[in-house]
Design a protein. Structure first.
Lengths: 157, 221
């Protein structure tokens, strides 16, 4: 039996890894190694032009970057992976409530407050075709706030 | 409706459509789903364990006082963790899967953060940092998949026409490793010293199921 820290290479590595103070560092090392490999292979990756959620940036539009075009109460073309699952796609994406229309007419920055006022921009990719994502995102925020509120109310340990 | 490709998950049994996000069951994911469902039901129904410390070298022992009312928050977080696991194992969309995975990571932190044992909190702190770092490769992997293939739906990605770059798969696995902490049993061993077994065990169940699921996803892509 060799003394502490003087075993074979594997047992020394194993002993270091068993200290959970190094956990974040070990994981960060893994991330760094994979990221370096990723940066090196980046020239071999090509951007796919046929994006299902394509985006057209129009800096002059007040709805930028959520301007999907179209007029209200007409069918706007919104691409979806499975259009048969969203039969009413494209009917509300261009609609603005009167208040939102007022903001859109008077400022250039309505697109930066997508949900911060009544009505907002009803982006159908966010709320219809990929609506479950939005639900899960809100759930994550709710859980995080619940933890923070619990720890705050519990006070110092 | 699209037909499922015959894959390692087995033939498709049932699909639940949420617009572009189609959750689906194969024999493989259905088994994972049932496991997660059973453990979520256990977290809802069971009372916390009562720990007994035996004094070494003698006949003495002492029992710890565990009040179920004080473990309400752990139970809440364990149930939320179970629901997130349920969502993750049947998800048919890469970005939706990563979202559920990061929700599992946050609820895991919530389960252990409510204890006041110093050892447990030290381990939970390290784990929390790992889970926070892990969101970068996790969502980075999903972003690379979207950029290089133009889609996020697993039915499209599992087909032979689309090649997913290896680096995206590596990022995805790395992210699930960090969120579910599957290989990091060091911190887990410390964390499970916390009382309240059915709730703490949800950490293990969720990370195990997530890792089985991400293995299937990466092998199929």
């Amino acid at each position: 039996m060799k003394p502490e820290g003087q075993g074979s290479l594997i047992s020394r590595i194993s002993r270091e890894l068993s200290n959970y103070d190094y956990l974040a560092a070990v994981y960060a090392l893994l991330v760094i190694v994979v990221t370096i490999v990723g940066v090196l292979t980046l020239p071999f990756l090509s951007y796919e032009d046929g994006q299902i959620y394509g985006k057209h940036i129009d800096r002059q539009s007040p709805l930028d970057p959520y301007d999907r075009g179209g007029t209200p109460f007409n069918a706007t073309i919104v691409h979806a992976q499975y259009p048969e699952n969203s039969p009413t796609l494209g009917y509300v994406t261009a609609y603005l409530t009167p208040l939102s229309q007022f903001f859109a007419d008077t400022t250039q920055h309505l697109g930066t407050t997508i949900v911060a006022h009544p009505g907002g921009i009803i982006d159908e990719i966010l709320y219809n075709t990929r609506g479950l994502d939005t639900v899960v995102e809100s759930s994550i925020l709710f859980v995080a706030f619940a933890i923070a509120a619990y720890l705050f109310r519990r006070g110092a340990v | 409706m699209n037909s499922l490709p015959a894959d390692i998950g087995g033939p498709g049994l049932y699909a639940v459509e949420f617009g572009d996000i189609v959750n689906y069951f194969t024999p493989y994911t259905a088994v994972l789903f049932v496991f997660a469902l059973v453990f979520t039901a256990l977290a809802i129904a069971s009372r916390p364990e009562r720990q007994v410390d035996i004094i070494f070298g003698g006949d003495g022992y002492y029992t710890k006082d565990i009040e179920p009312a004080k473990l309400g928050f752990q139970r809440f977080m364990a149930i939320a963790c179970g629901l997130a696991t349920l969502g993750a194992v049947v998800s048919g969309d890469v970005f939706n899967f990563t979202l559920f995975t990061s929700m599992v990571g946050i609820t895991n932190i919530g389960i252990v953060a409510a204890y006041t044992n110093r050892h447990v909190l030290n381990a939970a702190f390290q784990y929390g940092i790992v889970a926070m770092i892990a969101t970068v490769p996790l969502f980075g992997g999903a972003a690379i998949i979207l950029a290089t293939t133009g889609t996020l739906s697993m039915w499209e990605l599992f087909g032979p026409a689309i090649a997913v770059p290896l680096i995206a798969k590596a990022f995805l696995i790395l992210g699930v490793m960090g969120e579910g902490m599957a290989p990091f049993y060091v911190a887990k061993a410390e964390i499970t010293r916390a009382p309240g077994a059915p709730y703490v065990l949800m950490i293990h169940v969720s990370s195990l199921l997530l890792f089985l699921r991400v293995t299937e996803i990466v092998l199929s892509m």
